[in-house]
Design a protein around this ligand. Structure first.
Ligand SMILES: Cc1cc2nc3c(=O)[nH]c(=O)nc-3n(C[C@H](O)[C@H](O)[C@H](O)COP(=O)(O)O)c2cc1C
Length: 191
């Protein structure tokens, strides 16, 4: 299923292109094993007509939560509180080509972090973490790194997209697209 054509046009207008190195941040909400909500910030790695993609560590808490319950919400906020995009949907594993290309587009720092973001190193003192970090750089060509086995990507397939826009000259306004029974419906809502 692809998003409603009108919503796709708004995504094109609002989001940077996938090659833009300045990636938007988004809040990713999941459900934990007790049904309680959890949330954290991740980068929007890329998007297409089928959904929004994020990447993370397969050993992370969020991945355990997504495996148990793929229902998610995303919130993206624009500078100056000019715009907000809220997405409700279902997370599914991205395909291997997408995961590899997203890794290749990450900054050198984030490519290295994907290798060294471990519980073991997190427990070491700061000086030790910095020593191990520098040692890794001396031993590897960061530009040519392959993704670690723990690198994992998800596509969030939207079932609802809500575009909120500020308007200093009038009331803020939302345009919402909701998917039900295979059909997208548009609503105009108060901010
Ligand atoms: C601006 C910003 C961007 C982040 N981007 C990511 C990301 O793209 N992927 C990721 O796994 N963690 C990212 N993090 C770290 C997460 O917020 C979080 O601390 C980490 O993924 C562990 O989350 P979890 O324990 O809920 O799985 C980012 C943090 C910040 C502040």
């Amino acid at each position: 299923m692809t998003v409603a054509p009108e919503a796709l046009a708004l995504l094109r207008e609002w989001l940077p292109g996938n090659e833009d190195p300045d990636r938007p941040r988004m809040q990713l909400a999941t459900l934990d094993e007790t049904g309680a909500p959890d949330v954290r910030t991740v980068l929007l790695s890329e998007w297409d007509e089928t959904g929004l993609y994020l990447h993370t560590d397969a050993n992370s808490r969020k991945v355990a939560q997504l495996t148990a319950s793929p229902a998610v919400a995303l919130d993206l906020l624009w500078p100056g509180f000019a715009r907000q995009l809220v997405v409700q949907g279902t997370a599914e594993r991205a395909d291997p080509d997408e995961e590899r290309s997203a890794y290749a587009r990450r900054s050198p720092y984030l490519r290295q972090l994907a290798w060294q973001n471990t519980h073991e190193l997190a427990r070491a003192p700061r000086e030790e973490r910095e020593r191990v970090w520098a040692e890794f750089q001396a031993e590897h060509d960061i530009g040519g790194l392959e993704p670690p086995a723990t690198w994992i990507g998800y596509r969030v397939r939207p079932t609802r997209l809500t575009f909120w826009e500020a308007n200093p000259a009038g009331p803020s306004h939302r345009v919402e697209f909701a998917l039900a029974g295979g059909t997208w419906t548009r609503s105009d809502l108060p901010g």
